[in-house]
Write a protein that binds this ligand. Structure first.
Ligand SMILES: NC(=O)c1ccc[n+]([C@@H]2O[C@H](COP(=O)([O-])OP(=O)(O)OC[C@H]3O[C@@H](n4cnc5c(N)ncnc54)[C@H](O)[C@@H]3O)[C@@H](O)[C@H]2O)c1
Length: 384
């Protein structure tokens, strides 16, 4: 009689602090990840949807019910110190990441924190050091690095399909602060938000630039506040906007390539235009997150009269697309990137080494956005 091999089930209790945009994305990801990666041969810890925290507590109770989590609390300290919580997801506004992460690490928990790590580089360094010394696993929400289209571009570049990379151009634009009449919010306040467009958007572009063209050696930059004051919603009093609406940097990569990075949170019509072009000596590869299932490739091969850009649609031949859908052209979406990120983190927790951005990796990306800020303020080239 055949005996069934006994599988060791490494279960981890998931706790999420914050149930907004990203809290929901994390909840969806941990709820779906086992089914999506059911056929994966990579060992992964099994998530147990344990606890949700938000304020007021009733919001946490409602969200725990809706997201399928067992318990709820209005006090994040309780979640962080709960014996059945092994992984703390920090999906709260930026100003809370540092304190929450340090408390979770001190309690021996693994931490999955949203980007940017913290308000300042110093806080981010402390978080990285604390996690390293405690020996806990970490993950940061640089989810765009999981897109099968991005991973395919990276493979094409590494295999020499476009020759030597000589130039990188990237922008990441949205329009959530474009309207001059929008009221003042915490996002405009350095003490609560940290950097502006750079911390919200630019860090994602930096993560992709480094992944495709390698480390950045030095840069010069300029930042701009387009709307210097905004009205308080209740009193109408005008408050200053302290952080940048736009940032532009000229960068030099360690491999000798040059490039430019730009970001704006005040670009009307742009909803998530995280877009880049990698120029090589024999071709080019281009991407736009607003069309996240497409990659455009140009190779200077064959008769000149027939050369032109090819549009490659993401499909099962671009891992891990097939885990979601067996048919090409059926498209994956933003939340699927979070499922991939959660899978990578669960594999780490099971002793695997699927690539992900941990606190150390995030610190490298965030050194660059802070260097852009310093370069713009000082007018001096920053060396990284
Ligand atoms: N990785 C990505 O692509 C991506 C996208 C958007 C946002 N983010 C990041 O995610 C983080 C959260 O952004 P969001 O858009 O989800 O914000 P959000 O405002 O939608 O949600 C924040 C949640 O935190 C809760 N919260 C605030 N203070 C709390 C406290 N003391 N205790 C418990 N809960 C508390 C709020 O009630 C809210 O539910 C930010 O750091 C942001 O930069 C990442």
């Amino acid at each position: 009689m055949a005996t069934k091999a006994k599988k060791i089930r490494h279960e981890v209790g998931i706790g999420i602090i914050g149930t907004g945009f990203m809290g929901k994305a994390h909840a969806l990801a941990f709820g779906a990840v086992r089914a999506v990666f059911a056929d994966s041969v990579v060992p992964m810890a099994v998530p147990r949807l344990e606890m949700i925290c938000d304020t007021p507590e009733q919001r946490a109770i409602d969200k725990a019910d809706q997201f399928g989590f067992s318990r709820a609390t209005g006090d994040w300290h309780q979640l962080v110190n709960d014996a059945r919580v092994d992984v703390v997801c920090i999906t709260t506004p930026n100003r809370l990441h540092h304190e929450m992460a340090l408390a979770a690490i001190a309690a021996g928990k693994h931490v999955y924190c949203e980007k940017p790590l913290a308000l300042t580089l110093e806080q981010a360094r402390q978080m990285e050091q604390a996690a390293r010394e405690a020996g806990v696993q970490t993950c940061v929400g640089y989810n765009y690095l999981f897109n099968p289209a991005y991973l395919h571009a990276k493979r094409l570049i590494e295999e020499g399909e476009i020759g030597t990379v000589v130039h990188f151009r990237g922008w990441v634009d949205e329009d959530y602060q474009a309207d001059p009449d929008l009221p003042w919010t915490w996002r405009a306040n350095i003490a609560e938000a940290g950097l502006g467009a750079l911390g919200d958007l630019g860090c994602h572009l930096v993560s992709m630039a480094c992944g495709l063209a390698g480390p950045i050696d030095s840069l010069i930059a300029d930042c701009q506040i387009i709307h210097p004051t905004r009205k308080l919603a209740d009193s109408g009093e005008r408050r200053p906007v302290e952080n940048e609406d736009t940032a532009t940097a000229l960068v030099r990569f360690a491999n000798g390539a040059h490039g430019s990075l730009g970001t704006s949170r005040s670009a009307w019509g742009r909803k998530n235009r995280l877009t880049w072009e990698v120029h090589g000596t024999h071709g080019m590869v281009c991407f736009d997150q607003e069309r996240m299932n497409e990659l455009r490739l140009y190779r200077n091969r064959g008769p000149v009269a027939e050369q032109g850009f090819t549009t490659i649609l993401s499909g099962p031949s671009h891992p891990p697309f097939a885990a979601f859908c067996p048919a090409p052209g059926h498209q994956i979406g933003f939340n699927d990137l979070k499922v991939m990120e959660a899978a990578a983190f669960l594999s780490r927790l099971a002793g695997g080494d699927l690539p992900l951005t941990d606190f150390a990796g995030a610190l490298e990306f965030e050194r660059i956005i802070h260097a852009i800020d310093v370069a713009a303020r000082s007018g001096e080239r920053q060396h990284l």
